[in-house]
Design a protein around this ligand. Structure first.
Ligand SMILES: C[S@@+](CC[C@H](N)C(=O)[O-])C[C@H]1O[C@@H](n2cnc3c(N)ncnc32)[C@H](O)[C@@H]1O
Length: 393
């Protein structure tokens, strides 16, 4: 069994590298060595070596509150982090403890890892998993990551493995010189894993990669903008801002579209995930995303698919709703006439602009309230603690 699991781990590493992760030799060695199945004790061991996120806890509505993230995105984020031997790392979102174990493998015996989780039961389970895997020298604490952990600061690296809506001042204070922060950051409802470095009193990004993490709870939780429209199929509507949603009217509009517009645009799946969702989110205040479990009931033709959900995006306004679907790869818009025409126009504009995604995206984060004439030019997104400015090189 041991040799079989080693081989599966090696195969997973090959797959992760094909997907563009684990380019850093230390990250690759950690994935090759740390036994993920020990951190997922409820799963048949071999199932832990699929490139899949595994939900380990849900709330009363069935929404995930903890998981072991998908190995490829974990590896991509660890590459972005670029941690080295002997460094001190703070992780926010201990979950199963697997990523903390990878981090410890990377920083080695002289390095230090502190991992925080808001959920006391999750902390207990992470400690059990780390002990079962024989990982020593990792401190797992039950605390809100928004406050960091000043006791062991300064850190060389800080990483959040939970979706953050804002950048906590504590992370700025607790990061040492030449430090790096990697976080799945909310950009009006879409996430990018952003690697930041500090420049004076602000942050500037060095890389941004698409990702999708469950959102952070606690002191720095963003506004609740997810609405469960159908409990049975787990149809969830996500909006860039919190607002009143008439679930029955949304379902009715989805079930009875007025028009169908074929756009003639046939993007690859990654272009859609990385490109169009971001395009719409930062340009269109009325945008939304919808996701549904398995292969979908209402969203059968949704253009985005991941292991156990399908997803789409669209526009919702007083004139109705329009959503995107894919017919043999071609993006098609269905919904209320006027809204559908506007959504189709966005698709064509994005296509004509060369289908931009997060390549070349730069994000600067200034303290909230910094006057506009003191920030770099670009698209501004205001949070409670920071003012983000997005620009493309
Ligand atoms: C996707 S899981 C983390 C996966 C984990 N790194 C692993 O390797 O298994 C996200 C975790 O973040 C935790 N979390 C949510 N809000 C938090 C907060 N404010 N501070 C610390 N942890 C938080 C959740 O309880 C959950 O366990």
């Amino acid at each position: 069994m041991g040799a079989e699991l080693n081989a599966l781990r090696e195969q997973l590493l090959v797959h992760v590298r094909e997907q563009g992760g684990a380019t850093d030799a230390l990250v690759a060695d950690a994935l090759r060595t740390v036994p993920r199945h020990i951190f997922l004790p409820d799963l048949p061991p071999a199932a832990a070596y699929r490139d899949e996120a595994i939900v380990t806890k849900r709330d009363e509505d069935g929404q995930p509150t903890s998981s072991s993230s998908q190995p490829t995105i974990m590896a991509i984020m660890l590459d972005q982090l670029g941690a080295a031997r002997g460094q001190r790392v703070l992780e926010i979102g201990a979950g199963t403890g697997f990523n903390a174990a990878l981090l410890k493998h990377i920083v080695g015996p002289k390095g230090k890892v502190v991992s925080l989780d808001l959920d006391a039961e999750i902390v207990e389970r992470a400690e059990e998993n780390l002990a079962a895997a024989g990982c020593e020298g990792i401190k797992v604490l039950n605390a809100d990551g928004a406050l960091g952990h000043p006791g062991k600061a300064p850190y060389d690296r800080i990483i959040a493995t939970v979706g953050v809506w804002d950048l906590a001042p504590a992370w700025h204070e607790q990061l040492g010189p030449q430090g790096r922060l990697v976080v799945p950051l909310d950009l009006r409802g879409v996430q990018r894993s952003v690697c930041f470095e500090r420049v004076g009193d602000h942050w500037t990004s060095v890389s941004a990669r698409p990702c999708g993490f469950m959102r952070m709870r606690g002191a720095l939780a963003g506004p609740e903008r997810n609405y469960l429209l159908d409990k049975q199929t787990r149809l969830v509507l996500s909006l860039p801002e919190a607002r009143d949603v008439d679930a029955a009217a949304v379902l009715e509009a989805l079930d009875a579209p007025e028009v169908e517009i074929r756009t003639g645009v046939t993007p690859e799946r990654f272009e859609l995930f990385d490109g169009f969702a971001l395009w719409l989110a930062i340009r269109e205040p009325r945008w939304f995303s919808l996701s549904e479990m398995d292969s979908g009931t209402r969203l059968r033709n949704a253009p985005q698919r991941s292991q156990d959900t399908v997803a789409t995006s669209g526009i919702l306004d007083d004139y109705g709703l329009a959503t995107l679907s894919a017919e043999k790869g071609e993006l098609t818009v269905t919904g209320a006439e006027r809204t559908a025409e506007e959504l189709a126009a966005h698709v064509v504009e994005w296509d004509e602009a060369g289908r931009p995604g997060s390549a070349g995206l730069r994000i600067d984060a200034y303290p909230a309230g910094t006057p506009t004439d003191e920030v770099a030019g670009g698209i501004v997104i205001d949070k409670k603690c920071v003012r983000l400015v997005l620009s493309w090189s």
